[in-house]
Design a protein around this ligand. Structure first.
Ligand SMILES: CC(C)(COP(=O)(O)OP(=O)(O)OC[C@H]1O[C@@H](n2cnc3c(N)ncnc32)[C@H](O)[C@@H]1OP(=O)(O)O)[C@@H](O)C(=O)NCCC(=O)NCCS
Length: 253
């Protein structure tokens, strides 16, 4: 229910969705029903907090995007997803059905967070990282400790570039995952993961490196290994410039 705040009239309706003032929508942005873009998170908050949705983006039904979020181009927020304030997304990021991304999380670009994913506050997700359904990345080591709000930033997840996180995996606060690593389905990751390694289980242990992964049916699919470790993908050279344009370096203390 809308409170009696000053913000009450500060939006326009696009179909059945609310788009608040100070939202800059790019071109060709499609918006479904009952979504809210640029949602103020408290009464009387500063009016100059800009929300940006990049070109060619798609915001589904029942999506909430709080004020201060900035997305690159080709951003997708599927039905029921919720993106909290001041998150920054590079180009080509897709947030899945009913997934939650909490405040000030940053995604470098070319990322997928699948259905029911949970990304905690201040997380940093490297370019090309992919997260399966029900992945959860945590940041409060001792929930409800009186200092929890202060240490969440220090213990925020850091996910490297081109990491793949299998469905249902969880990372414990403070975990850093190296570039190209692969996390097995359902794993609980308690320790830092070295780049290019494959970890699995609870607690997650190194089982091999991505170069040692074999295709489960080589005859049928015609490949030996799922990853060509000699030709791993790289982030675009102008990535830093692009992220700076999106405000990546602006850190709110
Ligand atoms: C981790 C993973 C990549 C390993 O694949 P793999 O190397 O071909 O697996 P292997 O069959 O060689 O398994 C090696 C060992 O790890 C164990 N293992 C594999 N995956 C595991 C997992 N997710 N959790 C716990 N143990 C696992 C195996 O039981 C095996 O143990 P053993 O040597 O004692 O028998 C794969 O099992 C996985 O979890 N992929 C992610 C699937 C996913 O979530 N996809 C996205 C959503 S659709």
């Amino acid at each position: 229910m809308e409170s009696e705040g000053k913000n009450k009239m500060d939006y326009e309706l696009v179909g059945t969705s609310k788009v608040y003032r100070n939202v800059r929508l790019g071109v060709r942005v499609a918006i479904g029903d009952n979504s809210v873009i640029g949602q103020p998170w408290k009464k009387g908050m500063p009016e100059n907090i800009v929300t940006i949705i990049g070109d060619d983006s798609y915001i589904g039904n029942n999506v909430t995007i709080e004020a201060g979020v900035k997305t690159g181009d080709k951003f997708t927020a599927e039905d029921g997803s919720r993106i909290a304030r001041n998150c920054i997304f590079g180009d080509l990021v897709a947030i899945g059905l009913n997934a939650v991304v909490l405040e000030e999380a940053k995604f470098e670009g070319m990322n997928r967070l699948h259905a029911l994913g949970f990304v905690s506050e201040y997380s940093e997700i490297g370019y090309g990282a992919w997260m399966g359904p029900q992945v959860a990345l945590f940041n409060a080591p001792h929930p409800k400790c009186p200092k929890a709000k202060f240490c969440e930033r220090d213990y925020a997840p850091r996910i490297g570039r081109f990491v793949r996180i299998g469905g249902g995996a969880r990372t414990i606060p403070g975990v850093i995952i190296g570039d190209y690593a692969l996390i097995g389905a359902g794993s609980v990751v308690l320790k830092p993961v070295a780049e290019k390694s494959v970890v699995a289980g609870n607690p997650a242990k190194v089982i091999k490196s991505i170069g040692e992964l074999n295709c489960w049916d080589k005859a049928k699919y015609g490949i030996e290994h799922p990853y060509d470790v000699q030709n791993l993908p790289k982030a675009p050279e102008d990535l830093e410039k692009r992220l700076a344009e999106l405000g990546w370096r602006i850190k709110k203390e």
